[in-house]
Design a protein around this ligand. Structure first.
Ligand SMILES: [Fe+2]
Ligand SMILES: [Fe+2]
Length: 146
């Protein structure tokens, strides 16, 4: 297991926590496939890695999009900054995948996941997502509904 879900920070919006939990599940599953390929670099194992990486990418696009839609709806002022972090992360996910396709070196994925992804995700949820969720929550309290 790469990430213990219990170590992930919770934010004030349940829909965001649910997405983050699913994200961590996919990441852990992907990491297990990466290790399986490392132990046995067969075409079949590579196919499994590539397929799940694709699913994870699709899930991440949706994860970020849902937060961005709500930020726009609620007119969250630092929206461009939060969206910018999402775009950067998606770009890197894509670049890393292309590099792995080109070089067929599993260490590219392993290094990216252990050294970059885990600290990035923890930090992003701890900062951007936490502040954003708190803002959403303050905008949706019953007192705000007249
Ligand atoms: Fe998020
Ligand atoms: Fe986010």
């Amino acid at each position: 297991m790469l990430i213990d879900i219990k170590s992930m920070p919770l934010v004030a919006m349940e829909f965001m926590n649910e997405t983050h939990t699913k994200d961590v599940e996919i990441i852990n599953e992907l990491f297990a496939l990466v290790l399986a390929y490392e132990a046995s670099p067969t075409l079949e194992n590579k196919k499994r890695v590539d397929e799940l990486y694709g699913d994870w990418f699709a899930h991440t696009i949706e994860h970020f999009r849902a937060e961005e839609v709500m930020m726009q709806e609620k007119r969250f002022p630092p929206y461009p900054m939060h969206k910018g972090e999402h775009e950067k992360a998606l770009r890197l996910m894509d670049e890393v995948f292309r590099e792995w396709q080109r070089d067929q070196d599993i260490n590219i994925l392993k290094k990216y996941m252990t050294e970059h992804l885990v600290p990035w995700l923890t930090n992003h949820i701890n900062t951007m997502d936490t502040v954003t969720a708190r803002f959403f929550q303050s905008e949706t309290t019953p007192c705000a509904m007249h």
